[in-house]
Design a protein around this ligand. Sequence first.
Ligand code: ACO
Length: 429
Amino acid sequence: MNSEAILELEGKRYSLPTVVGTENEKAVVISSLRDQTGYITLDDGYANTGSCQSRITFIDGEKGILRYRGIPIEELAEKSTFIETAYLLIYGELPTHAQLRRFSDLLTENQHLHEDMKHHFEGFPATAHPMAILSAMINASSCFYPGLMGRANKERFEVHAARLISQVRTIAAFSYRKSRGLPIIYPKPGYKYTANFLHMMFSEPYQDYELKPEVVKALDLIFLLHADHEQNCSTATVRMVASSQANLFACAAAGVCALWGPLHGGANQAVIEMLQDIHESGDDGSRFIAAAKDKNSGHRLMGFGHRVYKNYDPRARIIKAACDRLLNTLHINDPLLDIAKKLEETALQDEYFISRKLYPNVDFYSGIIMRALNIPVEMFTVIFAIGRMPGWIANFKEILDDPKSRIYRPRQIYQGPTLRHYVPIDQRG
Ligand code: ACO
């Protein structure tokens, strides 16, 4: 039986229910707090606020554990694929052969953008960041499927979900080709998800890109490792927008915008820029570490630290090993990998990082793999967004399927001026 929490406020005692999750995480339920006491809770950055009860992803940040639908990320990374894992996240179970075939068929059938969508790409300047194009085009895409709007469309959810997963990859590749002034390459029906993305990115009309299995595998792993991460900034954004009953594409577009920031998905680009700076300046990393420790410098060690992990991010461990493997196989000697390893080693022995429990996160090594795959730096966060799509869709579905779902609407403590009156413009001093 759950225990109750007793709260004493202004001399009165209140009883609040508690909730315990399947992994023994505990929460005090404060939904009736304001009605009972006149108080709300205040939690800067929501660091200690559970915004929902979810069955999708479990993280134990202290122990460095990450599981999708109960299955450890290490097992999925070794044995599964991005598309199988996407199915697991969205539908809750690993697919049977028949289910996986149907899911793959839906992805293939829905991978083409509406031809009229192509005109929209023309309107962006060559300097546009691909994340801006991605969010705009995902939103624009919803205009072509009017049936998307409204909850009545629940039966078509699996088609819309597949369409979004499939088209986000097509949009991403098209926007890259456009930004380089290259002709658009259409998806090939015979190719699997990740191979097709590489084909659309790097093939030429006169010559197909040579698909190396180790390259396809490395990118598939990157997608898989990014597929969900419970209530991070972008997923919480998707849920926030979904709670207003906005359509799936609008929610995903909002997620892309939230992911773009350098404190979130944009960190993978920032890491490479930081490593490049260090490399070009001839610093061995120590000047940069000193700056990252100085609060006035405006620098942080990008790819380090995490709101939830107070231990090594399990995804970073998997990516670091994959990075070593890939670079060895492709015979690439990237000086940025050496700098990253040196930075990690130095930071992990430094009292500043030790006492704050700052470890490498998923973004620390992922950029080095992407460089080895010839993915340009400005596309790194787009790759993250492609990977995160199943997680966003799974979270959207949780809200869609919950008959008791309410609009997300936090409160605030107002700290502005108290009542004052309008002053006409010629009387203002
Ligand atoms: N470099 C230097 N100091 C850091 C770093 C860092 N990367 N991260 C945190 N700190 C310090 C803070 O200055 C703070 O120090 P203080 O206690 O002396 O004031 C302390 O560690 C706690 O940091 P917060 O900012 O309170 O941690 P928060 O949970 O709010 O932020 C975040 C987490 C945004 C990830 C932060 O660690 C950061 O900015 N990291 C660099 C950016 C990054 O890699 N982002 C990717 C995150 S993973 C993802 O979104 C996929």
